[in-house]
Design a protein around this ligand. Structure first.
Ligand code: HEC
Ligand code: HEC
Ligand code: HEC
Ligand code: HEC
Length: 409
């Protein structure tokens, strides 16, 4: 029997890091979820607001171009109400048309089914993407989808109430398949009609497979029937290939966690006790100043040192060890001193130090310490100096006056 396998969305894990980004182990897990969908030949996937944490980086143009050739599923993503706000980021397609071969004698024309993607608007999307009202997006998309297809289906990760509102405000959808389930009880929300639109629901998690059958009547009109297929061991015996796949995914996930911990441990060990770094040669051949750490400044700027030592900056590395599994070298751009990503692979080239030391703001101080004078380390644009780290993503409530008052020295 010809069939189309679709997903209503929220199939990626979206556990966030301290700064609302996906953790490396979560990315590893999500990569495998995508592989599993590729393997099971999923035809259309609705991208929900939750899935955007993962897909926002995939939708960046160069990344998409790099992966789409080998990962056909990326071309099957739909969302009519996820809109790119950046020229560097793609919007998912609002709808996709699938042709289903007809089984009727003398009716060789395939049935064209349009799948429109819709999602709830919370949680807020990552930077570069905007979520518009799903009913409004549906209203705009339905006429176009109707022109291109015989049947219009909306895959919607929305509540039952939202599904009903979409059906009311965007007439012309034949079926809304709503992923509304937040609990096992809700997974059995009975189907209902709003005008001509049938609203059905997907089951909770992946404990059951929802099946929706379409029967074409004499006048080309469709009737439907639905059932849920329980996916337990009795109905679906364990498949050794699938088990191997799941084990590989679990191991990739734990390896990502181990890698993060190892990276952090290695950095903590190598960054400790680096009181005096070797002088680097600048491009002119003249030796450039290097970092000497706050302890060296303490000799002459005791008052500033006391103020700093009691500020959060003197402890800026502390939040990393409890979050070891989410550690990436990029954390050091803001939670350390002297870390330069460009030379990160050559760790001995530039020493980086724990915490946000005086020199992270004032610049490497070896020359000044050797020959103290005015002129060193002037911060001409204080705002720019702070928002390099306290940007709107990691420090959304950052207020320069209030913050400076706390660390003024
Ligand atoms: C051996 C003493 C000594 C050490 C060590 C020292 N400084 Fe200074 N610093 C000075 C003197 C002296 C001045 C000039 C003060 C003046 O003339 O008002 C100065 C000035 C400064 C100024 C103001 C520059 C200006 O043009 O107004 C900054 C900022 C500064 N130091 C930061 C640091 C930092 C950061 C460190 C550690 C890396 C450090 N100092 C280590 C003695 C020292
Ligand atoms: C762009 C700069 C930047 C990067 C990159 C960054 N952080 Fe932060 N982080 C900050 C700032 C700024 C704060 C303080 C936020 C505030 O209090 O407003 C902070 C605070 C934190 C906190 C404390 C949050 C709390 O509730 O007390 C943790 C934990 C943390 N960061 C972990 C990390 C980890 C792990 C990484 C790497 C994956 C990372 N950060 C990368 C700038 C950054
Ligand atoms: C988070 C960034 C930051 C850190 C960390 C920091 N400073 Fe500053 N520092 C500033 C800013 C900003 C100013 C004010 C510049 C201004 O007023 O124009 C300043 C001012 C100063 C001045 C006074 C310059 C003057 O004109 O009087 C000195 C001296 C100084 N810092 C030394 C230190 C020392 C020593 C440490 C570490 C113990 C330190 N700073 C840590 C950002 C920082
Ligand atoms: C190199 C990155 C970096 C720079 C530059 C930076 N900060 Fe921070 N700041 C941090 C991090 C990381 C934390 C969080 C430390 C923690 O929670 O352990 C922090 C915490 C703070 C806090 C304590 C959190 C709070 O809201 O009470 C204040 C205040 C603050 N910074 C002010 C400033 C100001 C003002 C500037 C600019 C003069 C500045 N910072 C520049 C990284 C930075």
């Amino acid at each position: 029997m010809p069939s189309v396998l679709v997903d209503t969305g929220y199939f990626m894990s979206d556990e966030r890091s301290a700064h609302a980004r996906l953790r490396p182990d979560v990315v590893a897990k999500d990569d495998w979820v995508l592989k599993a969908y590729e393997q099971t030949n999923v035809d259309v996937v609705n991208v929900s607001s939750h899935d955007l944490r993962y897909f926002s980086s995939v939708l960046a143009k160069p990344e998409f171009a790099r992966r789409a050739g080998s990962e056909p599923l990326l071309e099957q993503l739909v969302s009519a109400n996820t809109v790119s706000e950046s020229p560097a980021v793609l919007s998912p397609r609002p709808f996709i048309v699938r042709e289903v071969p007809s089984r009727e004698a003398g009716a060789p024309k395939p049935v064209r089914v349009a799948f429109i993607g819709l999602t709830e608007t919370m949680p807020a999307p990552p930077p570069g993407l905007k979520l518009i009202d799903p009913a409004e997006a549906a209203r705009r998309t339905v006429p176009e989808a109707r022109k291109a297809a015989d049947v219009v289906v909306a895959l919607a990760k929305v509540s039952s109430e939202e599904a009903a509102r979409i059906a009311r405000e965007a007439p012309g959808i034949d079926v809304i398949i709503a992923g509304n389930s937040v609990s096992l009880e809700q997974s059995f929300t009975p189907p209902f009609y709003v005008g001509q639109t049938l609203v059905v629901f997907t089951p909770f998690e992946t404990r059951m497979l929802g099946e929706l059958r379409f029967y074409r009547g004499a006048q080309g009109k469709f009737t439907t029937r639905q059932r849920f297929i329980v996916l337990d061991e009795i109905a679906i015996p364990e498949d050794p290939a699938a088990k191997k796949f799941v084990d590989a995914a679990a191991s990739a996930e734990s390896q990502a966690r181990d890698n993060s911990k190892k990276l952090l441990d290695a950095w903590l060990a190598s960054s400790l006790g680096r009181g005096g770094a070797k002088r680097e040669l600048g491009s002119s051949g003249k030796s450039a100043p290097v970092y000497v750490t706050s302890a060296a400044c303490n000799q002459c700027h005791a008052a500033q040192y006391m103020k700093w030592a009691n500020s959060a900056h003197a402890h800026a590395t502390d939040p990393l060890p409890p979050r070891a599994t989410e550690f990436e070298m990029s954390c050091l751009e803001c939670h350390a001193t002297g870390y330069k990503p460009a030379v990160a692979s050559n760790t001995s080239a530039v020493a980086s130090f724990q915490n946000v030391q005086c020199e992270q703001c004032h610049g490497p101080g070896s020359d000044h310490v050797a020959k103290p004078a005015k002129g060193y380390g002037r911060v001409t644009d204080m705002k720019a100096a702070c928002v390099g780290c306290h940007n709107s993503e990691v420090s959304p409530g950052f207020n320069l006056q209030v913050a400076w008052e706390k660390i003024k020295h």
